[in-house]
Write a protein that binds this ligand. Structure first.
Ligand code: GLA
Length: 385
C-alpha cells in the first residue's frame, strides 16, 4: 500500500468522538525464529512503537467505518457481509471481525481511526499489531469477554484465513501479552509463558532496517512451513510419537541423513538447533552472560542463512559488519526473513558510533540508508480513555 499525501478526513469521520484509544505494539524477537509453527520456543517482547487505534461505537447494528490516517485511506463494511477484499490491509481487519464472529461473539457498528508509527514490512509485525489492536478494541467496546490469549489466537487465525500467511502465534502473543522490561519465553506448544527480566546491563537493542520490504515473502514462508511438515511426516513413519520438530533431537535426526531429502534435512536441522539455542539463550541472560548470548545470536543467523535459507544479502551484510566491531555482542536477522531488520545487542555508549559506521557502509554498498531504531521491552496492547 502506498502512502498518500492526501489527508483530508473522510465525511463519515467529521464528527468522530473517540471513546478510547488502543495502543498495539510491534514486537522484536531475541532468538527463536521459525520455531513457533513447529511447536517450539521463542523469546519475543513488545516494543515502544505502536499502532494507535481510536474507537467509538456508531449506534448502528452493522455499519463499520475504518480510516487510516497514516495512509489517507478509508473503507466501510457491513457486519453481516464480511468477505475477503482486494486491499490486503482491509483483510487484516475484516479477518479479525470474522474470527470474532466465528467464536459466537457479535460486535455492533463501530468507527475506528488508525495511525501507525510501525514501519510496514520491516519484520516488527505491524500486521499482528493491527489485528490484535482491532480485536482488543472491539472486545472492550462491546464487552465480548475475550481473554488476551484468545485475542492473540484469533488474530493469528485471521492472518491464516484472510491474509494467507500461515504464521505461528509469536507475533500476536508478544504484541498482546508482553510485560515491560521482560522477554517472553513462550512454549508454542502449551502456550506456557515465562517472563524473563531483560537484564542487558549497559547494552541496548538496536534494529537496523535493510529497507528491503519482506512483504513478498508470504509464499516462501508458507513453503518453509510445508517443508517442516513434510520432514515430520517422514520421521513419523519410524517414530510415530514425533508430531512436530519439537519432538526430536539432533541425535535422532542424524538417523535420517540419507533418507530425508537434503532440503528437508537442513530445515529440520535448523529448527531443532534453534529450539536448543532459545533455551541456552535464556540461561545466558539469567547468568548475565551477554557474550554467550551474543554467540547464540550469530549461530541463529548462520542457521537462518545456510540451512533455513530465509536471509538475503542485505541482512547478511549488516550482520557481517558487526563481527569485527567489538561493542556488538551479537547480531542476526529477525522475523520471517527476506528483508526487514537485523537485531543487534550493543554496548550503549557505542550506539551512535555504530549507527554511523553501519549507515555509511550500507549506503555505499546498496545506495540506501538503513533505518536505525533503538528499542526496549515494553508492555503489550493497552488502552487509554
Ligand atoms: C513471522 C511470523 C511468526 C514467526 C516469524 C519467524 O514474523 O508471523 O509467526 O514464524 O515470522 O520466526
Amino acid at each position: 500500500m502506498k502512502r498518500t499525501m492526501e489527508n483530508t478526513i473522510p465525511e463519515k469521520f467529521r464528527d468522530f468522538k473517540s471513546k478510547f484509544t488502543v495502543y498495539a505494539p510491534g514486537r522484536i524477537n531475541l532468538i527463536g525464529e521459525h520455531t513457533d509453527y513447529n511447536n517450539g520456543f521463542v523469546l519475543p517482547t513488545a516494543i515502544d512503537k505502536t499502532i494507535k487505534l481510536q474507537f467509538a461505537s456508531n449506534s448502528t447494528p452493522y455499519s463499520c467505518n475504518i480510516y487510516s490516517k497514516t495512509y489517507g485511506k478509508s473503507f466501510s463494511f457491513d457486519l453481516r457481509k464480511i468477505s475477503r477484499r482486494e486491499e490486503q490491509w482491509e483483510n487484516y481487519i475484516l479477518g479479525v471481525v470474522n474470527e470474532i464472529q466465528k467464536r459466537g461473539k457479535y460486535p455492533e457498528g463501530f468507527d475506528c481511526i488508525i495511525e501507525s508509527d510501525l514501519p510496514v514490512g520491516a519484520g516488527i509485525s505491524s500486521s499482528a499489531a493491527l489485528e490484535s489492536g482491532i480485536a482488543f478494541g472491539l472486545n472492550e467496546l462491546f464487552d465480548l469477554d475475550l481473554s488476551r490469549q484468545t485475542i492473540a489466537e484469533l488474530s493469528r487465525d485471521a492472518e491464516h484465513n484472510y491474509v494467507g500467511t500461515k504464521c505461528g502465534i509469536m507475533d500476536q502473543y508478544a504484541s498482546v501479552l508482553s510485560k515491560e522490561g521482560h522477554l517472553i519465553l513462550l512454549d508454542c506448544r502449551s502456550l506456557e509463558a515465562t517472563y524473563i527480566p531483560a537484564n542487558f546491563k549497559h547494552h541496548k537493542l538496536l534494529l537496523l532496517n535493510t529497507m528491503v520490504s519482506h512483504s513478498l515473502a508470504t509464499s516462501e514462508y508458507n513453503t518453509r512451513r510445508k517443508e517442516c511438515e513434510e520432514a515430520v511426516n517422514h520421521i513419523n513413519q519410524r517414530y510415530p510419537e514425533v508430531r512436530s520438530l519439537r519432538d526430536i533431537n539432533l541425535k535422532r535426526l542424524v538417523e535420517f541423513r540419507d533418507s530425508l531429502p537434503e532440503v528437508l534435512y537442513k530445515r529440520a536441522h535448523f529448527v531443532i538447533s534453534e529450539n536448543d539455542r532459545v533455551l541456552k539463550a535464556v540461561e545466558a541472560i539469567r547468568r548475565e552472560d551477554l557474550g554467550q548470548f551474543g554467540l547464540l545470536m550469530y549461530d541463529s543467523h548462520k542457521g537462518l542463512r545456510d540451512n533455513y535459507e530465509v536471509s538475503c544479502k542485505e541482512l547478511d551484510f549488516l550482520v557481517d559488519l558487526t563481527t569485527d566491531y567489538e561493542p556488538v555482542k551479537g547480531a542476526r536477522m529477525m522475523g520471517g526473513g527476506f528483508g526487514g531488520c537485523t537485531i543487534n545487542l550493543i554496548e550503549e555508549n557505542a550506539v551512535e558510533d555504530f549507527i554511523k559506521i553501519a549507515s555509511e557502509a550500507y549506503q555505499k554498498e546498496f545506495n540506501v540508508k538503513p533505518e536505525a531504531i533503538v528499542v526496549s521491552p515494553e508492555k503489550g496492547t493497552h488502552l487509554r480513555k
